[in-house]
Write a protein that binds this ligand. Sequence first.
Ligand SMILES: [Zn+2]
Length: 416
Amino acid sequence: MRGPLLVLCLFLGQWVCGESRDVQRQRETVTPDYAIYHNVSSVLHEIDALVSRSESLLHYGKLYESTQGRLIPSVKIRNASGISAGPHGRRIQVLIVAGEHARELVPVEWVLTLLSTALVAEHAPQDSARGKLMRWLLSNFDLTVIPLLNPDGRAHLESSLNYCWRGNARGVDLNRNFDWDFGGKGASLNPLDEEYCGTHALSEVEARALRDHLTRESFDVFISLHSGTRQIYLPYSDGISWSSGRQPRFHTDMISILRTALRLHSSQIPDRSFQGGAAHQLLDYPASGTSFDYVVGRELAPLGFAVEVYGNLSHKSDGCFDIFNPVATELPAALAVADTFMVALLKAVQMHWTSTLNTWHERQRSLPLDNQIEASAYQAPWTILLICAAILGGLVFMQRKSVLLPHLPPVTHTVM
Ligand SMILES: [Zn+2]
């Protein structure tokens, strides 16, 4: 974000300031090899082929349409052939969304791998490692995936060769377009900025598609997949929470899940650690209007995570592609790391689930819908804010220290 420059640009116009570097094409040292990476059309073909080949495991859910009329499918991974529900008698409902940001290809690839692994495991011997993992997964979870939420942005990236492109067809950053501190700090009202949030909350059909899916079905866990580093964030990331230290209702549960997931992952792949923490503690910038803040803040699901599944932490060139994605030959290894972490996260959710579930459903039964917090209305008086600023600063510093953070280089680009 370039605060003073942005204000100047808004007053003087684009002819003075020119196009923001954020959304301009850069000289790339690495580009995707589409013999290995999927492009926007092969993503959809692959999903279709996998669903068609599945006997009972993969099912299309609701199909949505992008601004330019491309398909945005949702797919359910749900056993329909007799695996009983887990120890708590109810499978945990999880929604995983990838491809919100056009330039982040690797999360989309991971979701496709998840679908193809599920398909292979459907026919694997029950005592094989894959068979056992899938049996555990299916007895504890119903997974729904939206593999590519922003197909127009991806199509633009492919036709323009601008691998820095993050927005949708209208240049809107979908992860700033949701109705939670919309237009707050970390979002931009300048269409030339990569964090352009749109004209109003949920102005974009892709964001509305996600909202509709969340309200159409009932989910327990929302996972927003990104890339650019190896971190997992808990809500909230918005400007108000950045200043006030506001925390979601199930913050303690999510911290427990996070700690368990980090421990499980690092016990398996210690040299590919993830960092984790509340977004407003871990990131160097606030991000207002994000999907996971919206889902958790509006209580569309009790638990929400944003997972950055890959990052090139030694990146030095001007290009964008290799900040967010591995070269094609390294894609399988990157997906294996992401796979281990996502399994660790789901295992952690399952281990800590019972207490969250009971509290959540009790609350859902008793809470009138209009009793939810209005983010835009949440404004502490300035005097109180000023008095509390020093105390909060100290608390935030102490909280930073209290979260498990293996050392990783600082992130210098916008990832979420
Ligand atoms: Zn992202």
